[in-house]
Write a protein that binds this ligand. Structure first.
Ligand SMILES: Nc1ncnc2c1ncn2[C@@H]1O[C@H](COP(=O)(O)OP(=O)(O)OP(=O)(O)O)[C@@H](O)[C@H]1O
Ligand SMILES: N[C@@H](CCO)C(=O)O
Length: 320
């Protein structure tokens, strides 16, 4: 149950008055998710999602929420944060940062077909373009710097074979990050965690991207690689499904053409995206936070994907 901080309707009676939403009439804890406490909140004005942030501080949150507002204002279907009467998007509740955002319609598509992957690719490209004039800067907090900090913490828990894999991949990624192709990659705000469970669909109509709390400024190609590594694979083997990958990449390319530097960086970036989640899953498994309530995600899934991306040539990023 992903409600770490208990909140009842009574707790909101006064609190909700700072928002232009009328009275709170129903509140229901959301059982999925591992990062934050989430609730469906019904007020006299409509349906919203109330999030209490368990790990992120008041300093980091404005980046995520202002990015969501920026994208929503430009027609990208993302939850729109609701400001209070002071214009603030992040407000304390039970001493923790909290926010209210609009509720998206639809549900996650956990068995995507090429049409879903095309819709995600096209919207991801539109989101990258819409983020170009976002004025705030925050690095991807799960980028190379974090990988370097985290690697020595998880190494003691690894088998000899995985110890070797992690060290070798870190060397490879350090070299990649210093390459001329890498330095020329287009970048800007990215979602950085656009897995199947963070997108809503009604049928094949994409109704929203959400869970922006790993967003940051990074290369757009990293975002594409993270997304493809989840949406366009066989989940048992990690092998890329060519039809879904082609659908996603072609739809992205039609909205925002990939560059030659991106083409030259593609395989390395698929490896980087696999490494990022292998590391975070290892960290969550072996060094769980205090009061961690949920079963951590399985790291071996991303170990398999990483080995597969090293061994097998990536599908072409674009033709021509
Ligand atoms: N704006 C929204 N509109 C509709 N449903 C939402 C919205 N935000 C969250 N949800 C629902 O709440 C669930 C949990 O949200 P979310 O994935 O953001 O939790 P989390 O703990 O932050 O995430 P994660 O485990 O993915 O890091 C989602 O699976 C979704 O069903
Ligand atoms: N998408 C992440 C969970 C954090 O959002 C994972 O699958 O490891």
């Amino acid at each position: 149950m992903a409600v770490f901080t208990a909140v009842g309707l009574g707790d909101l009676t006064q609190w909700i008055k700072q928002f232009p939403l009328g009275n709170a009439v129903a509140l229901k804890g959301i059982a999925s998710g591992i990062e934050n406490s989430n609730f469906f909140l019904t007020t006299e004005r409509g349906e919203y999602v109330l999030t209490i942030f368990e790990n992120l501080g008041f300093d980091q949150l404005p980046f995520y929420l202002k990015l969501m507002r920026h994208l929503a204002e430009r027609g990208i279907p993302v939850p729109a944060p609701v400001a209070n009467d002071q214009g603030e998007l992040v407000v304390a509740l039970h001493g923790k940062p909290a926010s209210i955002v609009s509720k998206l319609e639809g549900s996650s598509q956990m068995a995507p077909q090429p049409a879903h992957c095309a819709a995600v690719g096209a919207m991801l490209a539109r989101m990258h373009l819409a983020g170009r004039d976002f004025p705030m800067e925050q690095p991807n907090l799960r980028g190379l710097g974090w990988w370097n900090e985290t690697t020595p913490k998880v190494l003691p828990f690894l088998t000899a074979a995985n110890d070797h894999l992690l060290r070798a991949e870190m060397h490879f990624q350090e070299a990649f990050a210093g390459s001329a192709h890498y330095c020329a990659l287009p970048h800007g705000p990215v979602h950085a965690d656009l897995f199947r469970n963070n997108v809503m669909f009604v049928g094949t109509r994409l109704t929203g991207f959400f869970d922006f709390y790993f967003a940051g400024c990074d290369t757009w190609l990293f975002d594409v690689a993270v997304t493809l590594n989840d949406w366009c694979i066989d989940l048992d083997t990690g092998v890329i499904d060519q039809a879904r990958a082609r659908a996603m990449l072609d739809a992205y390319h039609a909205e925002r053409p990939f560059t030659e530097d991106e083409r030259a960086s593609w395989q390395q970036m698929l490896r980087a995206a696999a490494l990022r989640f292998w590391l975070s899953r290892l960290y969550d498994l072996h060094l769980p936070r205090e009061a961690e309530l949920l079963t951590p995600h399985d790291p071996s899934h991303f170990e398999r994907i990483l080995r597969e991306r090293i061994a097998t040539p990536a599908p072409e990023l674009f033709h021509g």
